[in-house]
Design a binder for this molecule. Structure first.
Ligand code: ZN
Length: 87
């Protein structure tokens, strides 16, 4: 699978981000680059007899919301002029 993601910069802290779209259709800033991680997609198990109760996992790109890591996240959530810093 080959994808080209458009890398942007956080307007607040300048960190590299890409924009994602949630199930609700909202744009969300994501830390970039992402990590390739094993994500649980079910609980059926590859072979229930061999691995009873084991989760089904797939290798996927996993992003962290930039709202969780941005040093200016407090300013994002509670916009107050006196707390804004120039990057
Ligand atoms: Zn930021």
């Amino acid at each position: 699978m080959s994808m080209t993601l458009k890398v942007d910069a956080c307007r607040s802290c300048g960190a590299q981000i890409v924009w994602g779209v949630t199930e609700a259709g909202k744009a969300i800033p994501l830390d970039y680059p992402a990590d390739r991680r094993l994500v649980m997609v079910g609980t059926r198990g590859y072979s229930s007899a061999k691995y009873p109760g084991a989760p089904d996992v797939r290798s996927m790109l996993a992003f962290v919301s930039h709202f969780a890591t941005c040093p200016d996240a407090v300013a994002h959530r509670k916009p107050r002029g006196d707390e804004r810093r120039e990057a």
